[in-house]
Write a protein that binds this ligand. Structure first.
Ligand code: PRX
Length: 634
């Protein structure tokens, strides 16, 4: 395990600038890596000591009931105490925590740590008044506006468990997630702005809760101001509630056990319905705090911008919790990169003096298509570090990002991780040499391996299943309500090792190269979608008997959804019907899941036991060999 920063590496390598190394939070990579490798608990205990605890833990890692690992056992804390309360005792009370700009650029809001705390207290008082107690689930379905941050922190503050649903999902997805979590309260907005148009969030909620009897109250934030249905017995405008005396005053931060649940976040798995990934207060807090500090080198002078939506894990860990745990100033932008023009992001970088930008390869590839003139119109000299997440970044996009956006000065942190891991797992730090397209090596304390079907490590350079070998503090604790599935999904293929669900290679320098998912998950523009969800949306259309969805390579989105549809008797395929089905998926599951292409077929390749062989469909579509088809029914 050497730092390798002074040794020549194979392939195209970008060595770190000595001035960056000299000032980085990770000055001595090698010493930290050795410490964490030799003394995993000692390393994480030292990180946890940088934060505040109401009661110190008795044991850092309890692995007596694998794979149900526990961290900081006996410790008492609350992530909000460290993200917020702790800063109010220092000069950071007056520091900007959040800068926000609306999609149309006409609205700007800024919040100091002091004012974020005031807003969070308001929300927490109201959520409590709605009868939400410690351990209760609250579904949050909001656009990228500051209220989503306040609502999440307010839940955590009182020990309620938030379940954020990405506001690009629609009725079926939302309903399934509310139902599974049995939320009593839903927090939403009248609508969100998407490229100048209103996306009707409240209407979708109304539809979804028809089949969710657990929901007692709905809080509605006014964002778009258009007419929406308000049921006086159930729906409450936030601005009206906030004016009530009950909203004012401090709400105490609940002291919680380190292992008390913080949130659930639904993510698509290999089969069936989305899984509720459970994260807890203590370990998650230490994990995201540490990774952001070391990997993105967060300092007080920085202005951090994570472009992710809070509806995905990247938003949870590195837009909401991570920056505030580090007392950082974060920028949050309501809109997307190209509306109304493809310089929208670069305008924001310039306007707010962003120093660190963390985004997804799909955005980079999309922006590349518009050419260099757009970013070149703007002063991007404030940037010092760049980041990438969500899917593999192709070397061309990496180099464009490095040259055109980072002007060759800014190292790119290509962070590999998952909803399940909660924090970066395979990632560079600013002091290690980079290879475009590789996330370099595992984070401190972690070890990864590439295995074949039988569980033997494959030789360097060969593709196999990516596994993680050591526990980490921000690891998922279980699938909420389904311990058995947790064990089966992640810990059964190779007992004792965490199965990531990705295929990857390791090169002879020990650098990891992620290839893509090995299961029925499709990464579309970095969004994680399950084939099962798309298929069940298609099958809910009266003309459809059976459907199969696969991902095929797409230049910008990484993958595009292609669906194969078998129609019911009496229906015939047509361009109109294909378009109708695409709209149907968009309305039921969400615009992000709309198939790019629909093909009508008279037969789907299946195993003798009736399972659709998506692998065969994919091979056929790409003109590749079909591989082992001995189980094929045809
Ligand atoms: O396939 C990997 C891909 O995203 C998956 C996890 O998706 P999700 O849970 O939605 O979390 C995304 C944000 C952390 C992984 O299994 N992935 C994520 N980051 C990278 C990546 N693939 C390649 N390189 C990355 N940096």
């Amino acid at each position: 395990m050497s730092n390798a920063s002074n040794q020549p590496l194979d392939g195209e390598v970008y060595y770190p600038d000595p001035s960056i190394v000299a000032n980085a939070n990770v000055r001595d990579w090698e010493a930290l890596a050795k410490f964490a490798h030799d003394d995993l608990e000692g390393f994480w205990a030292q990180r946890a000591e940088e934060l505040e605890w109401f009661r110190r833990w008795d044991k850092v890692l309890d692995d007596s009931n694998k794979p149900f690992y526990k961290w900081f056992v006996g410790g008492k804390t609350n992530i909000v105490h460290n993200a917020l309360d702790r800063h109010l005792k220092t000069w950071r009370k007056n520091k900007l925590a959040l800068i926000w700009e609306s999609e149309d650029g006409r609205d700007h809001r800024t919040y100091s740590y002091f004012s974020v705390n005031r807003e969070v207290n308001k929300w927490a008082n109201l959520i409590k008044a709605m009868g939400v107690q410690k351990g209760d689930r609250v579904t949050i379905y909001l656009p990228r506006i500051p209220e989503i941050v306040f609502a999440m922190l307010a839940c955590a503050k009182i020990g309620a468990v938030h379940s954020v649903v990405f506001a690009g999902f629609s009725v079926d997805a939302l309903q399934g997630r509310i139902e599974d979590s049995q939320s009593k309260l839903v927090i939403t907005a009248d609508g969100s702005w998407v490229n100048g148009k209103i996306f009707e969030l409240k209407k979708i909620v109304d539809e979804a809760v028809k089949r969710c009897p657990s929901v007692e109250n709905i809080i509605v934030v006014k964002r778009t101001g258009h007419e929406v249905n308000i049921d006086p017995a159930r729906d409450h405008w936030f601005h009206a509630l906030a004016a009530l005396p009950i909203a004012s005053g401090k709400c105490p931060t609940e002291p919680l056990d380190a292992e008390d649940p913080l949130y659930i976040l639904y993510t698509s798995g290999s089969t069936g319905k989305p899984k509720a990934i459970l994260h807890t207060h203590g370990g998650y807090m230490v994990g995201v705090y540490t990774t952001l500090k070391y990997v993105f080198d967060i300092k007080d002078e920085d202005r951090w911008w994570c472009t992710a939506d809070p509806g995905w894990v990247t938003g949870h860990s590195y837009l909401v919790y991570g920056p505030m745990l580090n007392g950082a100033t974060s920028f949050m932008f309501e809109g997307g990169p190209t509306y109304p023009y493809p310089n929208r992001w670069w305008q924001c970088v310039e306007r707010y003096g962003i120093t660190i930008l963390y985004t997804a390869p799909t955005a980079i590839r999309g922006l590349m298509r518009f050419g260099e003139a757009w970013p070149n119109k703007h002063d991007l000299s404030s940037l010092r570090l760049l980041g990438s997440v969500g899917e593999p970044i192709n070397p061309e996009a990496w180099k464009w990002y490095h040259r055109v956006i980072g002007k060759g000065r800014c190292p790119i942190m290509d962070t590999w991780w998952q909803t399940e891991t909660g924090m970066f797992m395979i990632t560079p730090t600013p002091v290690v040499p980079l290879k475009p397209g590789s996330g370099t090596r595992p984070f401190f304390g972690q070890e990864a391996e590439i295995l074949d079907e039988q569980g033997n490590p494959v030789p360097d350079g060969e593709e196999g299943y990516l596994v993680l070998k050591r526990p980490w503090p921000a690891m998922l604790r279980t699938i909420y309500g389904d311990d058995e599935r947790y064990v089966r999904q992640y810990w059964s293929k190779y007992p004792g090792k965490y199965l990531a669900g990705d295929s990857a290679r390791r090169d002879k320098d020990g650098y990891f190269w992620i290839i893509g998912r090995t299961d029925d998950v499709i990464k579309v523009s970095g969004h994680r979608l399950g084939t099962a969800e798309i298929e069940s949306a298609l099958v809910s259309h009266p003309a459809v008997a059976e459907a199969a969805a696969i991902g095929l390579p797409h230049e910008v989105k990484g993958n595009a959804i292609h669906a194969f549809v078998l129609l019911r008797a009496g229906h015939t395929g047509s361009l109109e019907l294909a378009e109708e089905l695409r709209q149907h998926v968009s309305q039921h599951l969400g615009p992000i899941a709309k198939p790019d292409e629909i093909k009508f077929v008279d037969k789907l390749p299946k195993t003798r036991s009736g399972k659709i062989m998506r692998r065969v469909l994919k091979a056929r579509a790409l003109g590749l060999p079909e591989g082992d088809t001995t189980t094929l029914e045809e």
